[in-house]
Write a protein that binds this ligand. Structure first.
Ligand code: NAD
Length: 255
């Protein structure tokens, strides 16, 4: 019997084996959870289906978080399949690549809206649906980054989106707390993934990070997955509205 036996968890954001959501899913499955995965489009579906098969996951649905019909359909399907939900992992972000390399002041209105819509608003609209299925309480987590609080070169509009995401976590935690639903964010150190490859100068970030972080190394997928399971599970029963840093201590460093 794993720590998550009998628990039903929806995970959004697996793109490939290097995705943070993939490492969280792998740990959840190891701990006995029943998991559903989503994919944004056909290209990602081709990667997600074999991953689901390998992990013994039966429920795989399409969900582009910019599409409200997809979201309605996803939750209708989850309701049909499971009736209720215990956990949700939101591991989704997107910004126009150009906005992650040029000056922040050049961000277009459309680029700003896109980043905020996919990376922050999606948590709000997904949580609205999840709340209805979490009648026995539940736990929602999202993934964020230090660029929300400090200036990180080239993180630009994504930093603004992450600030909105972290504030959304606090407002959602307050409202959903009445129903015993906890909402938290994991602020991960930089990890080489598909999304990270869109940030100009990401390789340099990794080497500076490993040199300066108190643990003198980069954050691993396993570090993030273990902390995510803590927040998703009963051990964090009194924790909500938090942004938990899983970054080898990097955020604590001044000079
Ligand atoms: P990833 O590319 O593997 O995951 C990003 C996911 O977002 C992909 O599955 C992609 O399909 C999905 N996505 C993008 N647009 C979407 C849309 N419109 N609808 C539905 N899904 C959409 O990269 P990752 O690094 O695992 O990113 C996961 C989360 O972790 C993101 O929120 C990211 O900002 C955050 N994060 C990453 C790092 C890092 O260094 N990799 C650090 C801190 C936080």
């Amino acid at each position: 019997m794993g720590r998550f036996s009998g628990k039903k968890v929806l995970v959004l954001g697996v793109a490939n084996e290097r995705s943070i959501a993939h490492s969280i899913t792998t740990e959840l499955v190891k701990e006995g959870a029943t998991v559903a995965l989503t994919y944004v489009n056909e290209a990602i579906e081709k990667r997600v289906r074999p991953i689901a098969e390998e992990l013994g996951i039966k429920h795989v649905y399409q969900c582009d978080v910019q599409n409200e019909e997809h979201i309605d359909k996803l939750f209708a399907e989850i309701k049909d399949a499971w009736g209720s939900l215990d956990g949700m992992v939101h591991s989704i972000a997107f910004a126009d690549r150009e906005d992650l390399s040029r000056r922040f002041v050049e961000t277009s209105r459309a680029g700003f809206q896109l980043a905020l819509d996919v990376s922050a608003y999606s948590l709000v609209t997904l949580s609205k649906r999840a709340e209805k299925l979490m009648s026995e309480g539940g736990s929602i987590i999202t993934l964020t980054y230090l660029g929300s609080q400090r200036v990180v070169k080239n993180y630009n509009v994504m930093g603004v989106a992450k600030a909105a995401l972290e504030a959304s976590v606090r407002y959602l935690a307050y409202e959903l707390g009445e129903k015993g639903i906890r909402v938290n964010a994991v602020s991960a150190g930089p990890i080489k993934t598909l999304a990270a490859s869109g940030i100009a100068g990401f390789k340099d970030m990794l080497s500076v990070f490993a040199e300066k972080a108190p643990l003198r190394r980069n954050t691993s997928l396993e570090d993030v997955a273990k902390a995510s399971l803590f927040l998703l599970g009963h051990d964090a029963s009194g924790v909500t509205g938090e942004t938990m840093y899983v970054d080898c201590g990097f955020n604590t460093i001044g000079m």
